[in-house]
Design a protein around this ligand. Structure first.
Ligand SMILES: NC(=O)c1ccc[n+]([C@@H]2O[C@H](COP(=O)([O-])OP(=O)(O)OC[C@H]3O[C@@H](n4cnc5c(N)ncnc54)[C@H](OP(=O)(O)O)[C@@H]3O)[C@@H](O)[C@H]2O)c1
Length: 331
């Protein structure tokens, strides 16, 4: 049994991550043993390894926030009907998913459809749920409304675009590269604008008088330019800080125009969402994956043993999609 673990916080993952090949796995009463089919490398994993995430590593700390796999075994107090089922593993930053097998408290898995690509299901717990919550929990959106998003070509962005399109909501997608603009338009974004000079003016021109009801911001440096497109009394939801800078809104927008700044964090959302709702939402999202309504572009998959290459690849900017571990490739 193989599992990637973090041995020190900060520094180069090539030095701080180790593949542990001799794990003794004990399945506790309320646990399940899952054979992992796929597990992505997310920015949150990278932040976690650096000690910059909302949860601080307790080294040695198992790595990998989310994943999908099949239940091989269930402890006596766990639901026995889970055995043989495909499940998604919810993020805790404790149990780890970058492993060929993992023991997880049964409450941290949710059974999902067998009829979908496990790589896509492995990415379900974090980004699609984030997109779902962004679209449902802040502003009551209706068909024809406009929303805006920075980081639009990211995994989160791709899911926001797909879910919004399905709901008849129009999307203004902000990216930082021409090829990413083409990519998000192909995915269904109504408008794509590349960040840079005169961004606010170019957005206003593209929107032709329309205003955004809500803006989802992943850390745009020029948030003040973007917020000009938000309607009076509208909302900005911040959920990431790729530039490392806090979201800064001009005082005039905050005070005179009544723009609200709110935030989202997936671990709080999972903790605060009643279990029935979590199961309903993830089941619905898994069905959308099976129907190919939502997906995230995959750029590469790696076996666990190539973790150094995989982590370096995931750390590159300008990727076309996600990098995942597929432990079955180790065989
Ligand atoms: N708050 C939450 O609970 C929550 C939940 C999910 C995700 N997130 C965060 O959301 C962000 C996106 O996650 P993801 O998994 O969707 O990411 P992803 O698919 O790996 O995509 C990364 C995105 O970040 C952009 N980017 C990277 N460095 C940047 C920089 N210095 N300046 C501007 N843009 C930069 C990339 O643009 P290029 O393609 O041009 O390089 C790309 O659009 C991450 O920061 C993640 O931590 C937060």
């Amino acid at each position: 049994m193989s599992k990637l673990i973090l041995t020190a916080v900060g520094g180069d993952p090539a030095e701080t991550v180790r593949l542990d090949n001799e794990q003794q796995l004990t399945v506790g009463g309320g646990d399940v043993l899952v054979e992992v089919e796929a597990a992505p490398i997310n920015p949150a994993d990278q932040l976690f390894m650096l000690g910059w995430f909302g949860v601080y590593p307790q080294v040695p700390n198992a790595l990998g926030a989310e994943g999908a796999g099949r239940v091989l075994q269930a402890g006596p107090e766990a639901d026995q009907t889970l055995i043989g089922r495909r499940v998604i593993i919810l993020p805790t930053f404790v149990q780890g998913t970058w492993a060929d097998k993992v023991v997880v408290p049964a409450r941290n898995v949710i059974p999902v459809t067998d009829d979908a690509d496990p790589k896509q299901l492995a990415m379900l717990p974090v980004n699609p749920a984030t997109a779902y919550a962004l679209l449902h929990d802040y502003v009551a959106l209706k068909p024809g409304d406009w929303i805006g998003l920075s980081l639009a070509n990211s995994g989160v962005g791709q899911f926001v675009i797909a879910l919004a399109k399905r709901a008849g909501i129009k999307t203004l997608a902000i990216v930082r590269r021409d090829d990413a603009a083409k990519q998000v338009q192909a995915l269904g974004a109504d408008l794509a604008v590349v960040a840079g000079e005169n961004l606010g003016d170019r957005i206003a021109e593209a929107l032709a008088g329309a205003k955004l009801r809500v803006l989802f911001d992943g850390g745009a440096q020029d948030l003040g330019e973007l917020v000009r497109a938000v309607e009076d009394g509208g909302t900005v939801v911040t959920y990431a800080a790729v530039t490392g800078q806090p979201p800064v809104l001009p005082l005039g927008d905050l005070i005179y125009r009544g723009i609200s700044l709110r935030s989202f964090y997936i671990l709080n959302w999972i903790q605060q969402t009643p279990r029935n709702d979590l199961e309903r939402i993830y089941t619905e999202l898994a069905e959308l994956v099976a129907q190919r309504v939502i997906s995230a572009t995959v750029e590469a998959t790696y076996p666990l043993r190539q973790y150094r290459e995989a982590l370096a690849h995931a750390g590159q900017q300008g990727r076309s999609g996600k990098v995942l571990f597929v432990p079955g490739q180790d065989a």
